[in-house]
Design a protein around this ligand. Structure first.
Ligand code: MIG
Length: 800
């Protein structure tokens, strides 16, 4: 490996060697793009034209090109390319590089990249490899939707979206492929994103503890590197590159009920009635595949659902939205409008021989739209019209890996899982064969972005069809950038305690990978849940950004009342807590849309140098300040947790339950069935409202701030109508405590007028005050200062 030539342009530096090229650019501050292009064996790059092949990225939305500096060291074998924040030292004689931050600290070092062409009729397959040195104490976080602990060191992953029913705590790959990761060492984080939609694999220091090895089936490795130093900085930069999650409609943050097996409109009505009659909060019910006529997408089974619009409006009157499942497989049936249009418009994936590829999913036989093409996306987006007109509020994209149970080949069908040996290399998992044609591209290259294209189509379609509303989409499969369009749920889990626990690290991994709006099926999709499991799962699910109860056909019903007492009452309590939490959750979702930060954050996010915090991946932070340590094991009444540096107010079940404790210590919390341990960080302010049967507006009529008073206090609240693109108001609290004076100030931005006259402040951690200025009323009860203020308050002074 070596480079023997360099082309230097203001925004791009390219190193050329006989066997490879390395192109460096900077799309954003603190971000470099290192495009590694191994020569194909038959034509050395050095002899070919000096222009790299054009690249179409499905994930990257930021294409700016910032100026780069270039410096050649005296000994001439080292060139340094970079920006103020981040630079790459390239060793010309070795063809390798080292990444350094502004202080000169080495963040990463390339130990080699290579590629080879493997002629493999009928698809030309490539393999390119990139190896990065990793010090033994470097932790590896992210990687999207993956099993395992928060720190993925020692694991191997495949990036190939796969429908696995059911999955297990060690199943890989799952439905999503997000080749983004964070390295974390000595409290300093950096990021790496491989912008490759091809099938990839990564070995995270498992085979060789000093190497992270990436391998792609494609001809190159297009790497983006991100400087920290904090994990949040890396996530911010990564989401600036691949896009941020738009603010979802408020109703989609309410409680959701679903089941594969609800038979018809009458059963949907009775589920809604079941919630309302028991005073259980509910905002949304899903319709699974049985609403369709013969599994034909964009149709209704008129026997089961004679009047979908009527049902939607009845549900709406009870404060409930309907969401329908949408599968990409289109039944091959001449005369069926969607199939006819797909065929006439040339919208379908083709097989290697060029004819329309036919498989079997729920519809048999089925054909597959090719969402890599804009014309197909715009056609598919338009198909949402009839459902939007009928009052369907959101869309649930399933089977979009895409799943394909069998392939139909002329007159013969064969099952993919038992494909004859000769076909083994042509397909992997229940999906389309590697050589299927998506326009000019083959399936092996675009398989992982199939769902991204489908979500893109749906999102754009909904923006056109209902411009006054914010789209709600839920997807199973996805790729880097999926957060721009859709919420993600973690697929077919089971009612196992291990799955309850696993959902935490899966969601933390997704969140660090840019996907904030996530959920897992409560209390497990497959299998049989107990009442105890329901309650424990709802305690954790109260903090899932997407809180959905869902179950599989053939399993016992799982609505909260199926388990009897005391479980029903406990389930109600937790649903009510969920609704009390909405001002904070909504503000966190808004923060995700602005900064890319997830709602659920690992403890290590704000304690990056603390190894104990890193290992605490069965607990999480809800935002910055609320630490949640739910019980995730059967029969447990106590819960161990490590509290990172700082002072923490016991705040179990969303109210003070003890005196503040110092962090950097392990504690044992008492947590009988009804209780979930939580702590509020010193300086944190949590906005809560009153429970409700369903959401209405995010301009809260009741608001209470719970504030753990410290030297510095900060809080943020984002409010708007809860839907649409109208006026908003952002409220910031900022407090200072010096000696015997605590001053809390409030500022607002935005045109939305408040919808309440007063607010309540609960101030924890103060002694009995001598005087309180700026309050309408105040009381000091059991160590808590309760203050009523006018809704437009500006300043509160507490003299101790
Ligand atoms: O082959 O639509 O993950 O949530 O209920 C199963 C039926 C298809 C898989 C989804 C699941 C959904 C189910 N689907």
């Amino acid at each position: 490996m070596r480079f023997d030539d360099i082309s230097i342009e203001p925004n791009r530096v390219t190193f050329w060697g006989p066997r490879s090229a390395l192109e460096i650019r900077s799309p954003l501050p603190g971000v470099l793009r290192l495009r590694h292009i191994p020569a194909l064996s038959h034509s050395g790059l050095a002899h070919g034209p000096r222009e790299l092949p054009a690249k179409q990225s499905f994930a990257v939305v930021e294409h700016a090109q910032r100026p780069l500096s270039f410096r050649r060291e005296a000994q001439a074998q080292v060139a340094v390319v970079g920006t103020e924040e981040l630079s790459v030292e390239v060793r010309l004689d070795q063809g390798s590089w080292s990444l350094k931050d502004a202080s000169g600290r080495e963040l990463s070092r390339c130990e080699g990249f290579s590629g080879e062409a493997m002629p493999d009729y009928p698809v030309t397959r490539f393999r390119s490899r990139l190896a990065l040195h990793t010090p033994a104490d470097e932790a590896w976080l992210g990687f999207g939707e993956k099993v395992g602990a928060l720190d993925k060191r020692g694991m191997r992953f495949v990036f190939w979206n796969t429908d696995v029913v059911p999955h297990h705590p060690d199943t890989d790959p799952l439905y999503q492929s997000i080749p983004f990761s964070l390295g974390l060492r000595d409290g300093v984080a950096w990021g790496l994103y491989l912008d490759e939609s091809w099938r990839m694999e990564v070995d995270v220091a498992s085979e060789d503890p000093s190497l992270v090895r990436w391998e792609s089936s494609g001809p190159e490795l297009d790497a983006y590197v991100f400087v920290g130093p904090m994990p949040a900085d890396v996530v911010r930069r990564y989401t600036a590159l691949t896009g941020r999650q738009p603010l979802p409609p408020l109703w989609s943050l309410g409680a959701q009920q679903s089941r594969w097996g609800y038979e018809n409109a009458a059963e949907i009505r009775s589920v809604i009635h079941g919630y309302r009659s028991r005073k259980l909060p509910l905002d949304c019910v899903y319709l699974d595949i049985d609403y369709m006529e013969g599994y034909k997408v964009w149709t209704w089974d008129k026997a089961r659902y004679p009047d979908p619009a009527g049902l939607a409006s009845e549900a709406a009157q009870l404060g409930v939205k309907l969401v329908t499942i949408i599968d990409p497989g289109v039944k091959q049936e001449p005369g069926y409008r969607v199939y006819d249009e797909a065929l006439a418009g040339d919208h379908l994936v083709r097989n290697d021989r060029g004819s329309v590829l036919v498989g079997e999913v729920w519809p048999k036989p089925a054909v597959f739209p090719d969402f890599t093409r804009e014309s197909v996306r715009s056609w598919w987006g338009g198909l949402h019209r009839g459902f939007v007109d009928a009052g369907i509020s959101g869309f649930w994209n399933d089977m979009n890996e895409p799943a394909c149970f069998r392939l139909v080949n002329a007159n013969e069908t064969f099952s993919i899982n038992s494909a004859p040996a000769a076909d083994k290399d042509k397909v992997e998992g229940p999906t389309l064969p590697h050589d299927a044609r998506h326009g000019e591209k083959r399936h092996l290259e675009v398989h992982n972005v199939y769902a991204l294209g489908m979500a893109h189509a749906a999102y754009e379609g909904l923006r056109r069809l209902a411009p006054e509303r914010r789209p709600f989409l839920l997807t199973r499969a996805g790729f880097a950038g999926i957060q721009r369009y859709s919420a993600v749920w973690t697929g077919d889990n089971s009612s196992y305690w291990s799955h309850l626990e696993l959902s935490i690290s899966m969601m933390l991994g997704l969140g660090l990978s840019g996907v904030s709006f996530t959920g897992a099926d409560i209390p497990g999709f497959m299998g049989r849940a107990s009442g105890e499991m329901l309650v424990r799962w709802m305690q954790l699910g109260t903090f899932y950004p997407l809180m959905r109860n869902h179950s599989a056909k053939g399993t016992p019903y799982q609505e909260p009342w199926r388990f009897g007492e005391p479980y029903l009452s406990l389930a109600r309590e937790w649903l009510e807590r969920r609704y009390r939490l909405l001002p904070t959750l909504y503000s966190l979702m808004h923060e995700s849309s602005q900064e890319g930060l997830p709602a659920l954050r690992p403890l290590v996010m704000y304690a990056p140098g603390d190894v104990e915090a890193l290992r605490m991946d069965d607990a999480f932070l809800f935002g910055r300040d609320l630490l949640v340590a739910p019980v995730v094991r059967q029969g447990r009444t106590h819960r161990h947790v490590y509290l990172p540096e700082g002072r923490w107010l016991p705040f179990f079940d969303l109210g003070q339950t003890g005196e503040p404790v110092e962090g950097k210590q392990h504690v044992l919390a008492e947590a009988p069935l009804g209780t979930a341990p939580m702590w509020l960080r010193a300086g944190g302010a949590l906005a809560l409202t009153e429970p409700a049967q369903h959401t209405t507006s995010a301009n809260w009529t009741h608001l209470t701030w719970h504030i753990h008073v410290a030297a510095r206090v900060e809080g943020t609240l984002y409010e708007d109508a809860g839907e649409g693109y109208g006026a908003s108001r952002t409220t910031r609290l900022s407090g200072d405590w010096t000696k015997d004076l605590f001053v809390l100030e409030r500022s607002t931005e935005g045109a939305l007028p408040p919808s309440r006259d007063t607010e309540t402040l609960c101030l924890y951690g103060l002694t009995e005050p001598r005087e309180v200025l700026g309050a309408r009323e105040h009381r000091f009860v059991d160590g808590v200062l309760l203050v009523d203020v006018a809704a437009d308050w500006k300043k509160l002074e507490v003299r101790l």
